[in-house]
Design a protein around this ligand. Sequence first.
Ligand SMILES: C[S@@+](CC[C@H](N)C(=O)[O-])C[C@H]1O[C@@H](n2cnc3c(N)ncnc32)[C@H](O)[C@@H]1O
Length: 247
Amino acid sequence: MSSQSMVKSNLSDQETLENKRFVKISEREDRGDIPQSTWLTLTENYHLQTWKGIPMDKSPIEIALYPMLIYELQPKTIIELGADTGGSAVWLADQLKLFDIEGLVYSVDIDLSLLYQKAKAQPKIKFLEGDCNQIDLVLSTTLLSTLPHPWLIIEDAHVNLVGMLDYFHNNGLQNGDYLIIEDTNKALWEAWSDWEDKEFIERMKCKLDLLKNWLMQHQYEYLIDTQYQDLFGYNGSKNWNSMLKRI
Ligand SMILES: C[S@@+](CC[C@H](N)C(=O)[O-])C[C@H]1O[C@@H](n2cnc3c(N)ncnc32)[C@H](O)[C@@H]1O
């Protein structure tokens, strides 16, 4: 084989790999390689996990994955739904600073009284109080039209998933933007089945189905980025089939 054809064949291998990186929801399974029992171990001490002394609800896997995605994507806007104490917003803003990305974090919560003072003081974060059931009132179409791309949207409020997906799909998501829907891992919620808030657990067990139904209607517009989604085994994350790129 000539050196020229070797280069060509390498290139086509690379292209094939690149094509396989982004896959449609219909090509994915509702399962993960990490055993169910591991999820309790990984998440039962969430309440003790902090970033700069502020509580943060991310599993060690998301703590490894998100910075890689952020570095590659270089998001100018990160929208987080579900701020809680502000720890994750501070962590996301710190990733932007670390990678010299001139971006801002918009973090929404229905109750901003939980925010730590330290989080409020961060210049790269805008906290917005409002109800994700009325997402248009919190992040108006006018505001969204001013936010520079690429966007990274992280849904972690666990309400109005379909309404939220429709809203951002119709009002701003562009090719290249990313969307992460957190806590779609069914094994995680099976592991938490004995928790006292049964209504919440049952609702969370359905989150993947809601996402999947929506994605089936947008098969060619949102693809799963398997480079991150499967880095730690098939769906090796607390987010199953939900690290999505708008194509
Ligand atoms: C799991 S916590 C967010 C955790 C945070 N993103 C982190 O990683 O540390 C979910 C948050 O969603 C908020 N939330 C619940 N219902 C909401 C709603 N209807 N609108 C906006 N936020 C809501 C709760 O107040 C809570 O702070």
